[in-house]
Design a protein around this ligand. Structure first.
Ligand SMILES: C[S@@+](CC[C@H](N)C(=O)[O-])C[C@H]1O[C@@H](n2cnc3c(N)ncnc32)[C@H](O)[C@@H]1O
Length: 244
């Protein structure tokens, strides 16, 4: 899968992808990440890419042409138009379902705004959707682009060792992952639940399934409310909760 990022700060993207899982995925040839400097298509020789806002207001807005020409440079090389995302606080808030959906695309082009953002006309012309990484405002879209590259990459086959590595993770099935522990078995008087040390795989799977519901109930009641839980599992939840 290919990621092309249009940005005024390409180093922020390459610094991030040169570490951990994304660099290994690149080395294996599963993903490629290209960060393209929008300033290469600046309006003048001084690197101008922004201007003041029509209608007044403070700050500067990124202009259409540098963004459009950078996008054309990427899009024209391909027979298939890249699926193009503008990362923006106005967008649909990224969740795991959207991450999985994006992981099926062949080529994602992510456009990062800066300053007051980007002239709406070019966004309307080239973007398939706007994605936000949360209801707050960042200084630029680079962190959001890295969040998308990271979360989408780990859903692509071959990036993680196997699908078990993510299938029980938080948000994959509408729940949070059960609490996890490593050695030592007792730390500050807190003991790892006996069942997890028993080696009984079926009992461990059942326990983790119910603990995943309890974790969701405790930490994300909004998600828990949306779950459809069988009568049998409800009884198990109540029994396990009582014993904790
Ligand atoms: C300072 S923000 C512009 C905010 C814009 N004036 C507004 O109020 O909607 C600059 C850039 O950061 C990025 N950005 C800011 N918050 C974001 C968020 N929550 N998710 C994704 N990108 C964000 C966008 O690319 C945006 O163009």
């Amino acid at each position: 899968m290919r990621f092309s990022v249009l940005t005024l700060f390409p180093d922020q993207i390459t610094d991030h992808v040169s570490k951990s899982i994304t660099v290994r995925a690149e080395e294996k040839g599963i993903i490629s990440v290209v960060a393209k400097d929008i300033r290469d298509h600046a309006i003048n020789e001084y690197g101008k890419v922004d201007d003041t806002l029509y209608g007044g207001g403070t700050g500067m807005l990124m202009q259409c042409d540098p963004v459009y020409d950078s996008w054309l440079e990427i899009a024209d090389k391909d027979q298939i138009r890249p699926y193009t995302i503008y990362v923006s606080p106005k967008g649909h808030v990224l969740d795991q379902a959207k991450v999985i959906d994006l992981s099926k695309k062949e080529h994602l082009c992510i456009i990062c705004g800066h300053y007051e953002g980007i002239d709406s006309r070019v966004i309307d012309e080239i973007c398939d959707e706007e994605i936000s990484i949360g209801d707050y405002v960042l200084t630029g879209g680079e962190l959001a682009a890295c969040v998308i590259i990271d979360s989408v990459s780990r859903m692509i086959e071959g990036v993680l060792p196997n699908s078990e590595a993510y299938s029980n993770e938080s948000h994959m099935g509408g729940t949070l992952e059960a609490p996890q522990y490593t050695k030592p078995a007792v730390w500050h008087g807190k003991e790892v639940p006996e069942v997890l040390r028993s080696g009984d795989l079926k009992a461990i799977e059942d326990y983790n399934g119910i603990m995943s519901y309890i974790e969701t109930m405790k930490k994300r009641p909004d998600m828990f409310e949306r779950l459809e839980i069988s009568e049998e599992d409800w009884q198990k939840i109540l029994a396990l909760k009582k014993s904790l």
